[in-house]
Design a protein around this ligand. Structure first.
Ligand SMILES: [Zn+2]
Length: 136
């Protein structure tokens, strides 16, 4: 059984019908943009993962017809953020969450000055090629 409920076909059709303007055609229910042939998505009004009562059947009121380009993408990002946050809170509660801050490294970082002092004087670089006169 899937955790995410999808709209049944009649409900989906109802939403599409609702978003259909008699003269302009399909309009985005998010911003009112006339979509025409542009791609759209029927989105859940409330992020489904956050809905408490999973047994309640979805109705047309639970969905919104959104233009993919104008409204669907940002909304989805938002939903994911909210859900991720909710999951983080839960994880924190159970103590599974990774530490928020980086663990400070032990000791102080080596300062440039002392690093220079420790650096040995480099040997003169070896010639990459043997001098010409050595080759027969
Ligand atoms: Zn829109």
């Amino acid at each position: 059984m899937s955790n995410r409920r999808e709209f049944t076909k009649p409900v989906y059709a109802e939403i599409v019908k609702r978003a259909m303007h008699p003269k302009l055609g399909l309009c985005c229910e998010g911003c009112g943009l006339v979509l025409g042939k542009k791609p759209y998505h029927v989105d859940h009004t409330i992020a489904d993962a956050l809905q408490i009562d999973k047994s309640r059947k979805l109705t047309a009121d639970d969905g919104k017809l959104l233009g993919v380009e104008c409204c669907h993408k940002p909304k989805t990002v938002d939903d994911v953020g909210v859900i991720a946050k909710a999951k983080r809170v839960e994880a924190n509660y159970h103590g599974f969450a990774a530490p928020k801050q980086k663990i400070k490294s032990a000791g102080f970082p080596v300062s440039e000055k002392s690093a220079a002092r420790q650096t040995k004087i480099p040997l003169p670089p070896r010639p990459l090629y043997r001098p010409q006169e050595d080759t027969p």
